[in-house]
Design a protein around this ligand. Structure first.
Ligand code: FES
Ligand code: MG
Length: 592
C-alpha cells in the first residue's frame, strides 16, 4: 500500500498534477488552483481528488441547499484523506424550464461527461434532487466510469393546508379539479399550492425527484437510507459527511459505477419503483441510465419484473402520506427489506457501501405499518406499470398504482367485457390545442371518451412534455367524473394521479400510429392482453398517411436543433443516438 491507500495504482489526477514528462503542462495545471489558497503540496500529494458535482443554485431551488451541504461533503472528503473540488452542473429545474426540463437532461449529461473526463478528477460525489438531476448525473458517471456516489438533497418537509397534508404537484392536480368543479376560489388554489412547499428540499411526494433518488439507492449507488431523509433534518448533513468520506474510499478501492450498475441492479430498481408507487418518468430515465452503463434493459422488463409487485408505500400520489412520514417509517431500505424477505429482490448486488444489498438491509424493517405496509398485506396488489402495444404505438406504459376503484368500476368491470374498454377518441395536437378546446361543447366529450394528445414526445415538443394527464372538461368534473382514460406520446408528472397511457413510442412526430388517429375513431384498450388499438382498417390508416404527420413547432434554439437530430424515443430512454457507444472513458487519459 502506498501512502494514498490505492495499493500502488496511479490515480488519473496525477497525470495533470505530477507528470515529470510534461513539466510545463504540470506547471500550467497547478498554478491557477493556487490562487485561492490551495497548495502544490496538497495537489501533488497523490491524495484522491474528489469532484463535487454541484447541482444547486438559485435557479434550481429544489437542489439549492446542496450549496450548504457541500461543506459537510468536503469535511468528509478531507477527513478520509481526499481533496474536494466543487464545480457546477447545468441547472435542471423541473417546474420552470420551458419548454420542458426534459430537453436539458441530455445537455446536462453531455456537460458532466466533459467535466468528469477532461479534468483531474479521481472520483465524484453527484449531488441530486430535482427530477432530472439524478439520471443526468448517473448517465454521465456511467459513460466516464470513474468512482461515483449519489448524494440526494432530500425532500421538503410535509406540507399542510387547512389541516390536510398537501404534497408537491399532487396538490395542483387535485386543486385544479376542485377549482373546475367550483369548489374552491383562485386564492385557495394558489395558497394550497404554496403551502405544499414549507422548507428547502425537492418535491415531498413520491414524484419523479423522490423516485429517482430512491432508484439511485435501489441501484446501490448511494449510501443506505440516503434518498428519503428530509432536506432540513440533521441526518441530511450527517449523510453528506459520510458520503464524502465514502467517495474517497471508493477511489482507494477502485469501485466504479460499472461494478454496481448491473442488469440485476436495474431489475431491483424496477421492483422498488412498483413498491413505492414511483414515477412513470423512471421508465425513460432508467432506460437511459442502463444504456450508458452498457446494460441491456428491455421495455418489457417493466411488465415482466415490475407489474406483479404490490404497492407498499402509502405516499402520495398513490397513497396518503408525504416524505417526512415515509422517512420516519424507514424509507427506501424498509421497502427493500420487504421485497428481500418476499424473495423479490436480488440481495447479492454490490453497492457503494462495499457490502451487498442484503447486508445493507439488515435490521431495516419498517416501524410504521400505516406508511410502509407488509408485502403480504399491501395497499394494492399488482401495482407496477402495465406495458401496452398495438397499432397506435409499439410501447406505452400505464401506472396501475394510481388507478382508482371508481375508474376500475366505470371502465374495466363491464359484465362480459372485463378489462376491455372501447372509447371514442378526441384528439389534441399539443397542449395549447387541448386548453383551447377541452370545454368546447361540440366535442361531445362524455364518460366514454378517450382523450388523446400528440406532438408531446422527444421530437415533437421538443423534449417530451408532462401533458398527458389531461383533465376532463368542466361539465364532467361537476358530475363527479374526475378522470377519463388518456393516451399520449408525452409523459405525465410523477406527482399526477391520472390513469394515463404514457410515453407512447414511436411518437407522432416520428411517424408513430398516433399521427394517424382521428377524432371520432374508436380506440380499444385491452388491459388483460396489453393491447391498445384504433379500430380502423389498415387500408384507411394507409390512406391517412398521405395527409402526413401533424406539424410540430420549429426549433427555437440551437440545442433544440441538435437535440432533435440526435434523440431516440422514450421507450429507449430518449438518449443521444450513438452516445452509448462511448463507454468507460476514464480507462484512457485525454491528451494534453
Ligand atoms: Fe424540483 Fe419537484 S420540481 S423536485
Ligand atoms: Mg416532472
Amino acid at each position: 500500500m502506498t501512502e494514498d491507500n490505492t495499493g500502488g495504482r496511479r490515480l488519473r489526477s496525477r497525470d495533470w498534477f505530477d507528470n515529470p514528462d510534461h513539466l510545463d503542462m504540470t506547471a500550467l495545471y497547478l498554478e491557477r488552483f493556487m490562487n485561492y489558497g490551495t497548495t502544490p503540496e496538497e495537489l501533488r500529494s497523490g491524495k484522491p481528488i474528489i469532484g463535487i458535482a454541484q447541482s444547486g443554485s438559485d435557479i434550481n431551488p429544489c437542489n439549492r441547499h446542496h450549496l450548504d451541504l457541500a461543506k459537510r461533503v468536503r469535511d468528509g472528503i478531507r477527513d478520509a484523506g481526499g481533496i474536494p473540488i466543487e464545480f457546477p452542473t447545468h441547472p435542471l429545474f423541473e417546474n420552470c424550464k420551458r419548454p420542458t426540463a426534459a430537453l436539458d437532461r441530455n445537455l446536462a449529461y453531455l456537460g458532466l461527461v466533459e467535466i468528469l473526463y477532461g479534468y483531474p478528477l479521481d472520483g465524484v460525489v453527484l449531488t441530486t434532487g430535482c427530477d432530472k438531476t439524478t439520471p443526468s448525473a448517473l448517465m454521465a458517471a456511467s459513460t466516464v466510469d470513474i468512482p461515483a456516489i449519489v448524494f440526494s438533497g432530500g425532500p421538503m418537509l410535509d406540507g399542510w393546508h387547512d389541516g390536510d397534508l398537501v404534497g408537491s404537484g399532487t396538490v395542483i392536480w387535485r386543486s385544479r379539479r376542485k377549482y373546475a368543479a367550483g369548489e374552491i376560489s383562485r386564492e385557495e388554489f394558489l395558497q394550497s399550492a404554496l403551502d405544499s412547499a414549507p422548507s428547502i428540499g425537492h418535491c415531498n411526494t413520491m414524484g419523479t425527484a423522490s423516485t429517482m433518488n430512491a432508484m439511485a439507492e435501489a441501484l446501490g449507488i448511494s449510501l443506505t437510507g440516503c434518498a428519503a431523509i428530509p432536506a432540513p433534518y440533521r441526518e441530511r448533513g450527517q449523510m453528506a459527511y459520510r458520503t464524502g468520506r465514502r467517495a474517497v474510499e471508493l477511489v482507494q478501492q477502485n469501485i466504479k459505477p460499472s461494478d454496481i450498475l448491473t442488469r440485476a441492479a436495474f431489475l431491483n430498481a424496477i421492483r422498488v419503483n412498483s413498491a413505492i408507487g414511483g414515477s412513470t418518468n423512471a421508465q425513460p430515465h432508467l432506460a437511459a441510465m442502463a444504456k450508458h452503463a452498457g446494460v441491456e434493459l428491455y421495455p418489457d422488463d417493466w411488465q415482466t419484473h415490475g407489474f406483479d409487485i404490490p404497492l407498499l408505500a402509502n405516499v402520495q400520489p398513490a397513497g396518503a402520506y408525504l416524505g417526512e412520514r415515509f422517512h420516519r417509517a424507514g424509507g427506501v431500505p424498509a421497502i427493500m427489506w420487504e421485497l428481500l424477505q418476499a424473495g423479490k429482490l436480488e440481495g447479492n448486488c454490490p453497492s457503494v457501501t462495499g457490502k451487498t444489498m442484503a447486508e445493507n438491509l439488515e435490521g431495516r424493517q419498517s416501524t410504521d405499518r400505516e406508511v410502509i405496509l407488509p408485502f403480504d398485506a399491501p395497499l394494492k396488489e399488482r401495482a407496477g406499470f402495465l406495458v401496452l402495444k398495438g397499432n397506435l404505438f409499439d410501447f406505452a406504459i400505464m401506472k396501475m398504482s394510481v388507478i382508482s376503484a371508481g375508474f376500475r368500476e366505470r371502465y374495466l368491470s363491464e359484465p362480459g367485457k372485463e378489462g376491455v374498454f372501447d372509447g371514442k377518441a378526441v384528439v389534441f395536437d399539443g397542449s395549447e390545442d387541448y386548453h383551447k378546446r377541452i370545454n368546447d361543447p361540440d366535442l361531445n366529450i362524455d364518460e366514454r371518451t378517450i382523450l388523446v394528445i400528440r406532438g408531446a414526445g422527444p421530437l415533437g415538443w421538443p423534449g417530451s412534455a408532462e401533458v398527458v394527464n389531461m383533465q376532463p372538461p368542466d361539465h364532467l368534473i361537476k358530475q363527479g367524473i374526475l378522470s377519463l382514460p388518456t393516451i399520449g406520446d408525452g409523459r405525465q408528472s410523477g406527482t399526477a394521479d391520472s390513469p394515463s397511457i404514457l410515453n407512447a413510442s414511436p411518437e407522432s412526430a416520428a411517424g408513430g400510429g398516433l399521427a394517424y388517429v382521428r377524432s371520432g375513431d374508436v380506440i380499444r384498450i385491452d388491459f388483460n392482453n396489453g393491447r391498445c388499438d384504433m379500430l380502423v382498417e389498415p387500408e384507411e390508416i394507409e390512406r391517412r398517411k398521405a395527409d402526413g404527420i401533424p406539424a410540430v413547432p420549429a426549433d427555437a434554439t440551437p440545442w433544440q436543433m441538435l437535440y432533435r437530430r440526435t434523440v431516440t424515443q422514450l421507450s429507449d430512454g430518449a438518449v443521444i443516438e450513438g452516445a452509448a457507444d462511448f463507454q468507460k472513458l476514464a480507462e484512457k487519459l485525454p491528451r494534453h
